[in-house]
Structure formats: structure tokens, C-alpha cells
Design a protein around this ligand. Structure first.
Ligand code: ATR
Length: 284
């Protein structure tokens, strides 16, 4: 459920897994306005749904409309996955931090295990995606996080939310971004900069150690300007499509009891749907 939701790749993603694992069912994109969300959620059980994913603009408002919000979702301040219980009760979680970390684990397992060399993580952006990244990185054992954002006050507000023992979080304006990269072990872009149709992300990477991992959660284009620049100087780069695929595993497991695989087959199916959508947009 989202508003709008036509662009969502999740029906293709979950549809691919339903077919692969021989599960009879469907995953549908349902456009729901904010005003209609309470009724739409209340009707899930009666309509035979096992659960639902929520996307923009419902992730925060829906927290007040479900019966249970787990600890991950409370820390992230938003929900994106709901499971309908046998009794019709709605249990909600947020799979974004899990997806972010599992994507990093899949592409750079050693870096994750050694907690990025014990170095700081830099998060670009201070919105909902940045908050999920902060929670994921803290749980992965990162001890220092630098939040870099256009609006310094939002970075400060996010830093103040961290409240995790042993975690140091600092806030930096975008101008200080290049300096914040010094001695960093990982950089994650959570802003929309660099996405097709958005301004480019211009960040001088000169201070970033060569061993650092660079992850963009933007996946259109798959290789953003940030990732291209990082790759050119020898950093390990991780694209954003993997986060979408890995976060979906948690919902699929909760609904269908299957630990679904993220592999080239799935990436290919989702990328083909993505390209088709981009062509449709270009044609209109
Ligand atoms: P999400 O929940 O997806 O993270 P969001 O809460 O709207 O989305 O956050 C978007 C992030 O992208 C913010 O950090 C925003 O910076 P501000 O807090 O200064 O608004 C950042 N962002 C979006 N457009 C930007 C731009 N043109 N230049 C710099 N930062 C931008």
C-alpha cells in the first residue's frame, strides 16, 4: 500500500519468489490515500491477506493503526511490514535496517564482520532512511556515526535520537561532508541526490580511505555518480537495489515461512521491470 504505488517493484519481487517456491498466492500493489489507510488496514484480515508492505507516505502514520509495533520499528520510528495474525491482529515491523545490513553482508562480508575496521560510518541525509541506516549500523557494531545533511538541524535532531550505549553520533553540514570522510570505514547515501531526475550528489571523496565501503540506497541509476566516483578510486561499492531485495526477505519469511534467496535471477527480473517502468515514464 502506498500513494502513489504504481512504480513499486515489490509485486514483481514477491511474485518472482511466490512462483519460485510454488506458493499459491499473489502480492498486489494497492493505491491507498492517507485518508483511506485506517479502513484499508482494518479490512486486511477479512479480505484474506496475510500481510502488507507500506511505503510512502504511510510508514509513520500507520504506527498508530496497528496492534503491535516491534522494537526495531520503534527505534526506526516507522513501519513498512505488517503481519496479519490468526486472530486478525496486526503486528508491524520495519525491515529497512535489516535490508541495508544484509545487502552489505552479501557484497562486503569481511568489512561487516570486522565492523569496517573499527572506523566511523558516514550517513549522508537525515530522513527516515538515514534513521534506519543509523539503527542498522549501530546494531552491526559501528561505534561512531557522522550524519552529514543539507539542513544541519535535522542532522542534529537525528543524532539526538540515537540513544544507544557506546555509540557516538555527530552532526555535520553538507559543506563539511568531505572532511567527515576522513578515517571513515563506510559511507551510505540515504538522500535522493543522484537519482534520475534529481540533482547530482557532489561530494569530494579525496579524504575517504581506500579501504572504505561506499553504499548508495538510490538504485535508479544502478551505478550512481557517487558509486562511479568511489569505484574509480578503488573503494568497494554496493548499489541500492540489493537493499530493496534483502529487506523484502524479512516480510516474505514472516508471511510464508520461506527464507527466499536473493540471486541474479531475482535481480534480473526486478531490473527488467524497473527498465520497463522507466520506458513507460519516458513515453508519457
Ligand atoms: P527519506 O525518509 O526517504 O529518508 P526524507 O525524510 O524526505 O526522505 O529525507 C530526504 C533526505 O534527502 C534529507 O536528508 C534531505 O535533506 P534536508 O534534511 O536538508 O531536506 C536530503 N535531500 C533531499 N534533496 C536534497 C537536495 N537537493 N540537496 C541536499 N539534500 C537533499
Amino acid at each position: 500500500m502506498g500513494w502513489p504505488v504504481e512504480h513499486s517493484l515489490s509485486p514483481v519481487l514477491h511474485g518472482h519468489w511466490l512462483a519460485r517456491y510454488g506458493i499459491t498466492g499473489s502480492y498486489e500493489a494497492i493505491p491507498v490515500t492517507p485518508d483511506d489507510l485506517p479502513v484499508a488496514l482494518a479490512g486486511l484480515a477479512e479480505q484474506g491477506f496475510l500481510g502488507v508492505n507500506l511505503t510512502v507516505p504511510h510508514k509513520e502514520a500507520a504506527m498508530a493503526l496497528v496492534d503491535r509495533v516491534d522494537e526495531d520499528a520503534q527505534r526506526i520510528g516507522a513501519i513498512n511490514t505488517i503481519v496479519v495474525g490468526d486472530d486478525g491482529a496486526l503486528s508491524a515491523t520495519n525491515t529497512d535496517a535489516y535490508g541495508l545490513i544484509e545487502n552489505i553482508r552479501a557484497s562486503a562480508p569481511d568489512a561487516l564482520v570486522n565492523r569496517f575496521g573499527g572506523r566511523a560510518a558516514v550517513i549522508l541525509g537525515a530522513g527516515g532512511a538515514a534513521r534506519a541506516a543509523m539503527v542498522g549500523l549501530a546494531d552491526a557494531g559501528v561505534e561512531e556515526i557522522r550524519i552529514v545533511n543539507r539542513t544541519l538541524a535535522r542532522a542534529e535532531a537525528l543524532a539526538a535520537l540515537a540513544g544507544i550505549a557506546g555509540l557516538r553520533v555527530s552532526a555535520h553540514a553538507m559543506n563539511d561532508g568531505p572532511a567527515a570522510l576522513a578515517e571513515a570505514g563506510i559511507v551510505i547515501n540515504t538522500t535522493s541526490l543522484g537519482m534520475i531526475g534529481q540533482p547530482p550528489l557532489e561530494l569530494d571523496l579525496a579524504m575517504l580511505p581506500a579501504e572504505a565501503v561506499v553504499n548508495d540506497i538510490v538504485y535508479a541509476p544502478l551505478e550512481t555518480g557517487l558509486l562511479a566516483a568511489a569505484r574509480a578510486r578503488g573503494n568497494t561499492v554496493i548499489d541500492g537495489l540489493g537493499m530493496l531485495l534483502h529487506q523484502a526477505r524479512a516480510g516474505f519469511r514472516a508471511w510464508f515461512g520461506v527464507d527466499a534467496a536473493v540471486d541474479e535471477d531475482l535481480r534480473g527480473a526486478v531490473l527488467a521491470a524497473h527498465d520497463n517502468h522507466a520506458r513507460d515514464v519516458a513515453a508519457t
